[in-house]
Design a protein around this ligand. Sequence first.
Ligand SMILES: Cc1cc2nc3c(=O)[nH]c(=O)nc-3n(C[C@H](O)[C@H](O)[C@H](O)COP(=O)(O)OP(=O)(O)OC[C@H]3O[C@@H](n4cnc5c(N)ncnc54)[C@H](O)[C@@H]3O)c2cc1C
Length: 395
Amino acid sequence: MSGPAEFRAEARAWLSTVADRKPEAAWGTGDDSVAVFENWTEEEEHEHTAQRQDWERTRFDAGWGALSRPVELGGRGLPAFYEHLYRTEEAEFDLPRRPEIFPVTQHLVAPAIELWGTEEQKNRWLRPMLRTDELACQLFSETEAGSDLAAVRTRAVRDGDRWILNGHKVWTSGATVSTWGVAVCRTDPDVPKHAGITVFLVRMDAPGVTVRPIRQMTGGSSFNEVYLDDVAVPDTDRLGPVGQGWKVTLSVLAAERLDSGSLGLDNADRAIDLARHRPVLTDAERQQTAELFVRTLVQRLIGLRVTAALAAGREPGAEASVGKLYATETMRRTSDLVLRLLGPKLVADTGEWGTFAWTEHLLGAPGYSIAGGSDEIQRTILAERVLGLPKEPSR
Ligand SMILES: Cc1cc2nc3c(=O)[nH]c(=O)nc-3n(C[C@H](O)[C@H](O)[C@H](O)COP(=O)(O)OP(=O)(O)OC[C@H]3O[C@@H](n4cnc5c(N)ncnc54)[C@H](O)[C@@H]3O)c2cc1C
C-alpha cells in the first residue's frame, strides 16, 4: 500500500491523464453559481446524472472508485481516509457535478447493504451501486413520519414469497433518476413502533410506483413524492430481518450524518472572498467575515478529526455528531454575511456577477437544517448520546 503522500501523487498523475485541471478563474468571471440545490428540470437532472455516471464508471474501472471497499467489489481495501485524500485531489479537476444521489447511493445505501445484505444481495447490488450503474434513493420520510421516523405507516404485507407495499413517501431526493428506493415499511402494526418495521429495496420502475416532483422555494425540484400502490416486492429484496428494519434504518442515518461534515464550506469560502473583494469593509462586516473564516477552520478541523478516527480504525464519536450541526450553522452564517455585504443587490437580478446568484444559497441553505435529521434532532442526539443527558420523556 502506498503511503498517503505517494497515493496523492499517484491520484494526481492519473487524474491528469483523464481530466483537465479547473481553470483559474479571475474574480468576477466564470460560473458564479452557489446553488445548494440544483434548479434543474427533470431532463437536465437526467443529463447531469448521466454525465456524472460516466465519470464514476471511468474512475471505478481504473481502480480509483470504491477505494476503501474490498478488492472483490472493485475496490482496493484501503483505509477509509484514503477516500478523503483522493477527493482532495479530485477537487482540483474540472469534472461533472456530483448530484446528491451519488453519495446517497455510494456512502449510505451501499454500506447498509454490506452490513445487512445476504451474500446474494451483496453480489447483486454492491458493485453496480458503487459503480453507479444503479442509483438508490431513500424512501424514508412520510407526511406524518419525519423526525419521528419510526412512525412510518407505509404497509408491507406478506403474500407468499413476496410483499405488497402500499403507502406514500415524501421528500425523496433523486427519485426520478434512481433505479432502487430503500423503503422503510411497517410490517407489524401490533407491536411497539420500532419493532414493527422492515426495510425493502423497491424497483422505482415497478408497477404501482408513481413519482411526483415537488417544487422547492429555490425553484427546482430535487425531491419528490412517491406513491406506492400495491407494489409487489420479492422477499429476496428485503434488506435485513423482518421486524429489524429500525436498526437497518439507523445504520443509513448514521452514515448520512458522517457524510455531512464538509457541507457548506465551498460557499463559506466564496462569501469570504466576496468580502475580500470589497473596496471597503465596515467594522461590523470585517468582524462577521473574520468569524466566518474562523468557523471554516474549525469545521475543517472537525472533519480532520473524523478522518483521523477513521485512519486509526475507530468509529468517529462526538466529532461526527457535531459535524452536521456545525455545517448547517456555517451555511446560515454564510447567508448572514452575504446579506450584510450585498443587501438590496439580492432582491433583483441586475445581471451583475456574483450578486443575485447568492439567492440560491440563501433559499437553499435552510433545507439542510431539516434534511437528514433537523438541527433540533441533532441537538437531542448530542445531548443524549454524547453528553449523556436524560432522554426526552416522549421518546
Ligand atoms: C432538502 C431535503 C431533502 C430530503 N431528502 C429526503 C430523502 O431523500 N428521503 C427521505 O426519506 N426524506 C428526505 N427529506 C426529509 C427529511 O428527512 C425530513 O424533512 C426531516 O427528517 C424532518 O421531518 P419533517 O419534515 O416531517 O418535520 P417534522 O418532524 O414534522 O418537524 C417539524 C419541526 O419540529 C421539530 N421537531 C420535531 N420533533 C422534535 C423533537 N422531538 N424535539 C425538538 N424539535 C422537534 C423539527 O426540528 C422541525 O423544526 C429531505 C428533506 C429536505 C429538506
